[in-house]
Design a protein around this ligand. Structure first.
Ligand code: MRU
Length: 370
């Protein structure tokens, strides 16, 4: 997608094929910088510290991380250790394990001399497929938005379609396009009048920092709101649809996404607002059913709750990115990174293969044999 007129992906192989580049998302929206990653240790570090984040993107980063491990040492022991190291970085998004397994299975039976090259090809294929899947999600979601817009009463036809999203499920969370934001970009590029309510998404504020950054660079009208405003807006008829991404969706359609998603789904149900979840096939965990009971929820640092990061507005350090403390010394913080929205609260799943009911039967209509 575009940053100041230049098209970017979030991750790319660098010349020579022994390193890859990423956008440093911890610095956005205030500073646009990139990082060059040349070892498996570094790949693990950028996932763990959220220099890269978002379920599909950490999968691709893990895949390239395995490639780097095999360049350094193509043995079985190295492959197994790198797999474990990368897989342990973030526990909730299934895309990470899915991508690591795909690269491992591709190289495991090859001679050691061929492994790094095969890993490179597989990682590149995963990245390219992610772009194609996200763009297809965009097309399917666009049709839903067009139907929602057309179904509004005549007196509201001139108003923008108002869509609320939580966290960042845009192109920064994937390789390109995004999941939940792909239909929004497609709609905007098709000339649809659309406006996005952007949940700030405490504690790390991926909405206020990353989603707002993306939408601004693409010229999509948007407004950042505090996480607590969504229910109020829905009660006052200000939200036509909610659309979010997901880090893991179970075979019965339970959806795990950034903490706070569940509350938006409850508010949407109470107000008759459709609640859509956009996801590529790599986000479906066919091995589990009950998301609340079975999905591991990442426990993050309490410091993300008791402090906040931003750009200093004035005084000493003006312009610098800094953290400030919110809570009194000694107050405990608790910081689960994700929550689970039960399938019954999801109006539909928007995938690269089309739109499905959030149920095992619904998913199997699109993914027979999975
Ligand atoms: O903790 P993050 O920033 O990695 O969480 C990201 C999300 O929750 C996204 O909504 C999710 O990965 C779906 S993105 C395509």
């Amino acid at each position: 997608m575009n940053i100041d007129g230049k098209a970017w992906r979030t991750i790319w192989l660098e010349p020579g094929g022994r390193s890859f580049g990423v956008i440093d998302q911890t610095q956005l929206p205030h500073r646009f910088t990139t990082r060059s990653i040349a070892s498996c240790d570094e790949a693990a570090e950028v996932i763990r510290t959220m220099v890269v984040r978002g379920a599909p993107l950490i999968g691709v980063t893990g895949a390239y991380g395995l490639m780097l491990a095999l360049h350094a040492d193509p043995s079985d022991a190295s492959l197994a250790a790198a797999f474990e190291q990368l897989n342990a970085t973030r526990p909730t998004a299934i895309n990470l394990r899915w991508a690591l397994e795909r690269v491992r299975d591709r190289v495991a039976l090859l001679p050691e001399s061929e492994r790094a090259e095969a890993a490179k090809q597989e990682a590149a294929a995963i990245a390219d497929e992610d772009v194609a899947m996200c763009e297809a999600i965009g097309e399917h979601g666009l049709r839903i938005f067009q139907e929602l817009a057309a179904a509004r009463p005549a007196e509201r036809q001139q108003e923008p379609l108002r869509v609320l999203t939580h966290c960042n499920a845009g192109w920064l969370a994937t390789v390109d396009w995004g999941t939940a934001l792909a239909p929004i970009y497609k709609a905007h590029r098709a000339g649809m009048n659309i406006h996005v309510w952007v949940d700030e998404t405490r504690p790390r504020n991926q909405g206020a920092s990353l989603t707002a950054f993306e939408l601004g660079k693409e010229g999509v009208p948007h407004t950042v709101i505090v996480d607590n405003a969504g229910g109020h807006l829905m009660q006052h008829g200000q939200v036509d649809a909610v659309i979010v991404g997901t880090d893991r969706t179970t075979r019965r359609g339970d959806v795990c996404n950034k903490i706070g998603t569940y509350l938006k789904a409850l508010a949407a149900r109470d107000n008759g607002v459709p609640f859509y979840v956009a996801l590529p096939a790599s986000t479906i965990d066919w091995t589990i059913d009950d998301g609340v009971a079975e999905i591991p929820i990442e426990a993050r640092s309490a410091a993300e709750v008791t402090a906040i990061q931003g750009r200093v507005l004035s005084g000493p350090g003006a312009g610098e990115i800094a953290s400030v403390q919110l809570s009194p010394d000694g107050s405990a913080g608790f910081n689960p990174g994700f929550d689970v929205t039960p399938a019954r609260l999801v109006s539909a799943l928007i995938t690269e293969r089309g739109v499905a009911e959030a149920s095992e039967a619904g998913l199997r209509t699109l993914y027979a044999g999975s």
